[in-house]
Every structure is written in structure tokens, then in C-alpha cells.
Design a protein around this ligand. Structure first.
Ligand SMILES: Nc1nc2c(c(=O)[nH]1)N[C@H]1C(S)=C(S)[C@@H](COP(=O)(O)OP(=O)(O)OC[C@H]3O[C@@H](n4cnc5c(=O)[nH]c(N)nc54)[C@H](O)[C@@H]3O)O[C@H]1N2
Ligand SMILES: Nc1nc2c(c(=O)[nH]1)N[C@H]1C(S)=C(S)[C@@H](COP(=O)(O)OP(=O)(O)OC[C@H]3O[C@@H](n4cnc5c(=O)[nH]c(N)nc54)[C@H](O)[C@@H]3O)O[C@H]1N2
Ligand code: SF4
Ligand SMILES: [Mo]
Length: 749
């Protein structure tokens, strides 16, 4: 019998008059969920639903995806191009021609006066892949500055660098289906239930069908840690020590896969010697904070599992040992024979929706299709394809995003074009970034919102169209290329980023006359052509937009030969409903044959020795300051802060603090405090919770004028990614009325 139900009225959700459902891919995180947008008779997008036939999300969406259609008309959108001579003056509305002419003229002027590299361009992981390719063609082929990078330096650079060092190429080798096969999963610094909710759902389903151990390494008791069999609350920044100690045990106890090591790797002797001589768990425990018995236990569980996989996200990448951390995770999987097999992999969980697309095609750190500026044959290939002189390309990559800002301070860089990134909120050490912004002779901001913080410093603002106001692809964490259809026109007088790059290209034809693709689909076809080639992992030559939509996403590599084999399917019904998909299947795993992208074909085992160079707590600044995300917000809240049903969950900057630590300082739940670091200060509300230990504070980084006023952001030597998560601060009490007023001002709603 069910109590209390008899007299209850069921909740009724009014039917929404959807005339047509259109296909898209979510534009927030890199899970890559397929979404259908419901369009009304009047052409308005009024609702959304997950696509049940899509292999990634199987009909599910997280809260951000469900409410994503509210974005199109959200407040603060850019409506017309804006211009001003000085950044302290008011903006005046202008025409596209005038804004683009002015921008091109200023770029040329600065480059003529100070050299080609004195104008920098910083892009993002949130455009469509075709737009990345177009921007790359414009920058590498015409504007010609080498100081061109993306916000992926704050995000995935360490994963890219670690993959390249270990396997000779970027590219996550595994897939979500590996959850259904693995015998053990170890997650480093990744909080899937909040940051990749649908990947988490896939993991949870797999574990419900067949339990396997889940080991979570995170200094904080995250939601994922709560669901784990074993939680290792590691001392911040010391994951490489833990992994070295695990490898010490694995070698000592004869648990390594010697046959795999002998056949497919190089560098085993040095690695064995390093971990044997310096990383006995007896010593390691004092550095990484995990006791020696636990280390041995976890090493045995991992190495003895039928197959084992590791995933990681920002807890590893955002560290001074980010690239080393990634290489060391790869080491662990190589010595246990866990690469390229069912349930055995090193799967970096990507951040932004299209951080993969920018890595593959934007030319930010190289040339399109995972090609290198440093390789003559790659420079030749692309210059021939684009019809320009090879000498126009620099022989090595220029500055990363995190080196571009110091170069502004020192006067090397005079102008900057920001595309879909908001460094005033997202970069570490905000006081320093502000100063750099003020020093620029010329700043262009290209964003969907004109109220984005960085726009306060700009001279030209270019209003961009968002998501399904445009058309093109994303690549997700498991290398799946998926499509967003153009569902509605660009908002007011905003324009698709692709259009902006194409128009800008016309203004640089005096430098190089390029055959610029007319449409995003034409850009996709150029990419397909460039991806062809023997031995390349990144091959999309078998894909077309229509095929991608019909399959609800295809994983690369998917070659022309794969496509030819699938031709038989084309005779059957093309999937058009909400439930089905065509089985055009790319490759689920890389390196299944044990052949890597290094000159010898063997994977590199890399010695990772630990040096403690972090800013650690001391008497003056006694707390670790950790930062990250919550499920309802995305990044700097330019989007989710405008959606009432998301913003209401956390409208105010806050921090998690341990109740015992708070009691010692006389700090109460929901009071305001001031935090101080050696860089600056910030006022936040206190949320008391045992999620963090006594010596740690955690702040979601979504709020402006908050955590990044405090962070130092020391850089990883290989990837140049900042250590956002390891900083030292102290806590002070403040006047509650004053602080409350300040915080109210910062709420979007
Ligand atoms: N809701 C939501 N989802 C998102 C995003 C968002 O803004 N909002 N952003 C997307 C993007 S771009 C990214 S990059 C991903 C990020 O996804 P995640 O990396 O999962 O998210 P974070 O909260 O930044 O950090 C994860 C964890 O790292 C831990 N950590 C800190 N220091 C260390 C350490 O030294 N070692 C270890 N092992 N762990 C440590 C933190 O305690 C935190 O729990 O999320 C994506 N998904
Ligand atoms: N303390 C701390 N700081 C961090 C992190 C952390 O964990 N802790 N995480 C770091 C990470 S992993 C990341 S990825 C960065 C993210 O840092 P940012 O990239 O600076 O953050 P976003 O808010 O995503 O900025 C993207 C901008 O693009 C705009 N935009 C969205 N779609 C489009 C489009 O189609 N076209 C155009 N032109 N504009 C568009 C949005 O309005 C927004 O202003 O933050 C980093 N900063
Ligand atoms: S899990 Fe990520 S991709 Fe899927 S709906 Fe949520 S934000 Fe979008
Ligand atoms: Mo990210």
C-alpha cells in the first residue's frame, strides 16, 4: 500500500507546442550529449530533450543541458558591434564593416610598428571545430602572428603534453564503453557526478551491472569520492609520488606485465631504478599523505585486475606537475599492459565541449590535424594545401596563453584579440591580468555577451552568435565527432564566429590570398581531406555532416575505407526519430595494436621525479586554497549566471570550510569572511562542511572578483598550465553588513 498518495494531484507539465525537433550537441562540457531542440510554430526554441538513440547519453541530459535552450534570449547578449578609442570611454554602436576594418587596420599597424608577433590572439575550447579550423587558417595563413593560443592552456594542456611525451601524439585512447569491461577504475582529481554528470551516469550503470573497485584520489571528499570503494585524500600536488610508490610495489611484487613492457615500450630500466631507489611507500607516505599499507593495497588491486583504467581531470592537469602527472598515469597503465584493451586505458576526461576540436584543428600550438610547426614536412604539407609560401610559417610554436599576459606586461605584446574566453575571471592572479589588460594599445573581444568582464578593457567588441545559432561539429572526450544543426538565426545583429573569421580573412588578402572556405561545411571538407594519410590516428576522412547526424556522433579514426565498408547501411532507413541511430562506427580505442606514434613505434616510459615547488601553507597563510566547479554553473557564469533555474542554486561566491577549523577561528556557517593571499583578497560566504579537511578551503571558481584574485598559478614547465589548485591563504573576519552588500552587487539576478 502506498501511503498518502490517494488525495494527491499528480504534477502536470503543460505540453509545449513543438512543431519540429532539431539535432544538436550540448555546448557546455565535453561529455558530448546529443540534444534535440524543440522549435515552435513561430520558429522559437522552447524546450530540449536528450536523444535516446545517441550512444553517449541515451536520452539523458544533466541540468545544464536541460535548460540550455534558455540561452538564446538571455540578458546581456551582444546585439551590435561596438567601438571606442580608449577603454575608459563609453562604447558607440557601429557597423560590422567599420568594426572589422578598424580591427584589421589596428592589427596591421601594430605588426608593422612592433613586428608580426606583437599582436596576440587567444581563443577557446567552445567554438565549433570548423570555426577553429577557419581561425587557424586566418591566423597561421594570413595574420601570421606566432603568439596564438587557446584557453585550453588553462584546461587540457597538461593532458596534451603528457600524451605526446608518452605516446608520441595527443588523443585520448579509450572510450566510455571501457567502463563496461574494466576490472578497476582509478580517478585522479576528477569529480564526474558534478562536472561530467552523464559520463558518471554511464560509469554508475556499468558498476550497477557488474561491481568493480572505484578508487578516487582527491584531497576533497567530492561526490565521486563518496561513491568510491577507496578514497585517497592526497596531499595537494603529490599525485606523482603516489603513482611512483604504486609502481615501486608493482615491480617489487612481480605484478608488472613484462611481456607488454618488452614488446611495446622503451625506458623501462631507468623507470624501474627511479621508483625502486626513491619511492618506497615507507618514504612516499610522508610526502603524499596516504599511508604505506593503503598504497600497497591499491597497487595490488590495480595491477591484479583483469583490466584497469585511469581517468583524470583538473586535479592532475592544473598543477606544476600536470604534464608529469599525465605521463606517470600513462606509465602506470603501460607497465600493467592497460592501453588499447577493453577496459584498460588512460582516459583524460576533457573539459570544455570542444577542447578536443581545438586541439585537433585550431593550429593554436601547431598546424591543423595534429601537425607540428617544428616538422618541415608538416609545414610543407599545409602551405601547399593552403597555397602559401612555406616560409610564412614560424619553425616553432610561440607563446602559450599564460606567457602572453606577462609578455604584455613587458611590452613585447601590444594588441590582443580574445575569442570566447574571459581571462579577467578565469586566469590566476587577477590583479596582474587587470594591469596587463590596461597596458594594451588595442583589445578586441569577440563574445556572445557584451557584459563579459573582459569587455571592460576592449576597444572593439564583436557580438557572436551562440551554439545552435550556428552549425558545425564538436569532438568529445572519447574522440566522438558530433554535430549541431543551425536551429535558429543569429541573435539581433550578432554573427556566427565563422562568418567573422571569413570576413576578417578578406581584409588580409594583401598578405596572402587564401582560398578561404565559404561555409562551415566546406571547412569540414578541407579538414577531412587534411586528415587523410597513412598511419595518422586523427583520420575523419570517412565522415560527412549527414553521416555524423545519422549516427548521433562518430568516433575517430573513421577512414574512407571504414566509410566504404558502411556503405551497405546507407540503403537502409536513415534514422530520423528520437530513438534510433545508424551504426556508422569509428574506432573505439587507439593503440590496440601496441604501435604508438613515436619514431620507434614504442611508448615512452618517462621518469618523473618529484620536486616540491608549490606554494604550501605556512604560519602566515595556513590554509590550502583549492578551487573547482559545481554542477549548476559553467566557468565564469557568463551563461549559467543568466539562467535563473541554474543561478538560484548558488548565486553568491562561497567557500567550503571544515567546521573544526572554523570553530577555532570563531567563524560561523553562512557568515562572510575575507581571504588573503600574497596576491590579493576576496570576500566569500562560508559553508561549513566535512568535504574539506582542517587545512583546506574550496571555492567554486565561477565568480568574478573571487578566487582568482588569490591564486598564484605557478606554471607547469612542459604544458605552461597554471597550478590553480595549490595556493596558500588565511581567513579573516569582516563586517557582515558591508560584506553582504558587496556580495549582493555581484549576483547576476
Ligand atoms: N558543471 C560544470 N561542469 C563542467 C565545467 C563547469 O564549469 N561546470 N567545466 C568543464 C571543464 S572546462 C573542465 S576542465 C572540467 C573540470 O572537471 P574536474 O576536474 O572534475 O573539476 P574541478 O572541480 O575543477 O576539479 C576536480 C577535483 O580536483 C581536485 N584536486 C585539487 N587538487 C588536487 C590534487 O593535487 N590532486 C588530485 N588528485 N586532485 C586534486 C579538487 O579537489 C576537485 O575535486 O569540467 C567540465 N565540466
Ligand atoms: N581558480 C580556477 N580558475 C580556473 C579553473 C579552476 O579550476 N580554478 N579552471 C580553468 C579552466 S579548466 C578553464 S577551461 C577556464 C575557462 O575560462 P574561460 O574560457 O575564460 O571561461 P568561460 O566563462 O567559459 O569563457 C568563455 C567565453 O566565451 C563566450 N562564448 C560562449 N560561446 C561562445 C561562442 O560560440 N562564440 C563566442 N565568440 N563566444 C562564446 C562566453 O560568453 C564566455 O565569455 O578557466 C580556468 N580557470
Ligand atoms: S553532461 Fe555535459 S554534455 Fe551532457 S548535458 Fe550535461 S553539460 Fe551537456
Ligand atoms: Mo577546462
Amino acid at each position: 500500500m502506498i501511503f498518502g498518495r490517494k488525495n494527491r494531484k499528480p504534477i502536470s507539465i503543460p505540453a509545449k507546442p513543438v512543431k519540429e525537433w532539431k539535432y544538436a550537441t550540448c555546448n557546455y562540457c565535453s561529455t558530448g550529449c546529443s540534444i534535440e531542440l524543440g522549435v515552435s510554430e513561430e520558429g522559437k526554441v522552447i524546450t530540449s530533450r536528450g536523444h535516446a538513440g545517441a550512444d553517449v547519453n541515451r536520452g539523458k541530459l544533466c541540468i545544464k543541458g536541460i535548460l540550455e535552450h534558455d540561452l538564446f534570449n538571455s540578458p546581456g547578449r551582444g546585439t551590435v558591434p561596438l567601438m571606442r578609442d580608449k577603454s575608459h570611454l563609453p562604447f558607440a554602436a557601429t557597423s560590422w564593416d567599420a568594426a572589422l576594418d578598424k580591427t584589421a587596420e589596428k592589427i596591421k599597424q601594430i605588426q608593422t610598428k612592433y613586428g608580426r608577433d606583437s599582436f596576440a590572439i587567444v581563443s577557446t575550447g567552445q567554438l565549433l571545430t570548423e570555426e577553429f579550423y577557419a581561425l587557424g587558417k586566418l591566423v597561421r595563413g594570413q595574420i601570421g602572428t606566432n603568439n596564438y593560443d587557446g584557453n585550453t592552456t588553462l584546461c587540457m594542456a597538461s593532458a596534451v603534453s603528457g600524451y605526446k611525451r608518452s605516446f608520441g601524439s595527443d588523443g585520448p585512447p579509450g572510450c566510455y564503453e571501457d567502463f563496461e569491461h574494466t576490472g578497476c577504475l582509478m580517478a585522479f582529481g576528477s569529480n564526474l557526478p558534478e562536472q561530467h554528470p552523464i559520463i558518471y551516469w554511464r560509469l554508475k550503470e556499468a558498476r550497477e551491472k557488474r561491481h568493480f573497485p572505484l578508487i578516487v584520489v582527491d584531497p576533497r571528499v567530492t561526490m565521486l569520492a563518496q561513491f568510491a570503494d577507496i578514497h585517497l585524500p592526497i596531499t595537494p600536488g603529490t599525485d606523482t609520488v603516489l603513482i611512483n610508490a604504486m609502481m615501486h610495489v608493482i615491480f617489487k611484487e612481480g605484478l608488472a606485465d613484462d611481456e607488454y613492457i618488452a614488446k611495446h615500450t622503451q625506458g623501462i630500466d631507468d623507470l624501474r631504478e627511479l621508483v625502486k631507489s626513491k619511492y618506497d611507500p615507507k618514504q612516499a607516505q610522508h610526502i603524499c599523505g596516504i599511508d604505506e599499507d593503503r598504497i600497497r593495497h591499491v597497487a595490488r588491486v590495480y595491477a591484479k585486475a583483469s583490466s584497469a583504467m585511469s581517468i583524470w581531470t583538473m586535479g592532475i592537469n592544473q598543477s606544476t606537475h600536470g604534464s608529469d602527472g599525465v605521463s606517470n598515469i600513462n606509465n602506470l597503465n603501460l607497465i600493467t599492459g592497460n592501453i588499447g584493451i577493453l577496459g584498460g586505458t588512460s582516459l583524460s576526461i576533457t573539459g570544455q565541449c570542444n577542447a578536443m576540436g581545438t586541439r585537433e584543428w585550431s593550429s593554436c600550438s601547431g598546424l591543423p590535424g595534429y601537425r607540428y610547426l617544428e616538422k618541415e614536412q608538416d609545414r610543407k604539407h599545409i602551405s601547399n594545401f593552403w597555397g602559401i609560401d612555406e616560409s610564412f610559417f614560424p619553425p616553432k610554436r610561440g607563446l602559450a596563453q599564460t606567457d602572453i599576459f606577462p609578455a604584455i606586461e613587458s611590452g613585447q605584446i601590444k594588441g590582443l584579440w580574445l575569442v570566447a574566453t574571459n581571462p579577467m575571471t578565469s586566469m590566476p592572479n587577477q590583479p596582474r591580468i587587470r594591469k596587463a589588460m590596461e597596458m594594451l594599445d588595442f583589445l578586441v573581444v569577440q563574445d556572445i555577451y557584451e557584459d563579459v568582464e573582459t569587455n571592460k578593457y576592449s576597444h572593439v567588441f564583436l557580438p557572436a552568435a551562440v551554439w545552435a545559432e550556428k552549425e558545425g561539429c564538436h569532438t568529445n572526450t572519447e574522440r566522438r565527432v558530433n554535430l549541431t544543426r543551425n536551429v535558429l538565426p543569429a541573435y539581433k545583429d550578432s554573427k556566427p564566429d565563422f562568418w567573422i573569421f571569413k570576413e576578417m580573412s578578406k581584409r588580409f588578402e594583401d598578405r596572402n590570398k587564401l582560398n578561404f572556405p565559404e561555409t562551415a561545411e566546406a571547412a569540414f571538407n578541407e579538414m577531412r581531406e587534411l586528415s587523410k594519410g597513412a598511419g595518422r590516428t586523427l583520420d575523419i576522412s570517412g565522415m560527412t555532416w549527414d553521416k555524423i547526424e545519422a549516427a548521433r556522433g562518430i568516433q575517430w579514426p573513421y577512414t574512407e575505407a571504414d566509410a566504404a565498408a558502411d556503405e551497405t547501411l546507407l540503403g537502409t532507413v536513415i534514422a530520423t526519430d528520437n530513438k534510433t541511430r545508424m551504426e556508422f562506427k569509428g574506432s573505439q580505442r587507439l593503440y590496440a595494436d601496441g604501435v604508438f606514434q613515436t619514431p620507434s613505434g614504442r611508448a615512452n616510459l618517462i621518469c618523473v621525479d618529484f620536486v616540491n615547488n608549490n606554494e604550501c601553507p605556512d604560519d602566515d597563510y595556513p590554509f590550502w586554497l583549492n578551487s573547482g566547479r559545481v554542477v549548476e554553473h559553467f566557468h565564469t557564469r557568463t551563461r549559467t549566471g543568466k539562467i535563473g533555474n541554474l543561478n538560484k542554486f548558488s548565486p553568491t561566491p562561497y567557500m567550503e570550510m571544515n567546521p573544526d577549523a572554523a570553530a577555532e577561528l570563531g567563524i560561523e556557517h553562512q557568515s562572510y569572511v575575507r581571504l588573503l593571499s600574497r596576491r590579493g583578497d576576496a570576500v566569500v560566504m562560508v559553508q561549513l562542511t566535512h568535504r574539506v579537511g582542517r587545512d583546506m578551503l574550496f571555492i567554486p571558481f565561477h565568480f568574478h572578483d573571487c578566487v582568482n584574485r588569490l591564486t598564484l598559478g605557478l606554471l607547469d614547465p612542459y604544458s605552461r598550465q597554471p597550478a590553480f589548485k595549490q595556493n596558500a591563504v588565511r581567513v579573516e573576519k569582516v563586517d557582515q553588513n558591508e560584506a553582504g552588500r558587496l556580495n549582493l552587487e555581484r549576483r547576476t539576478f
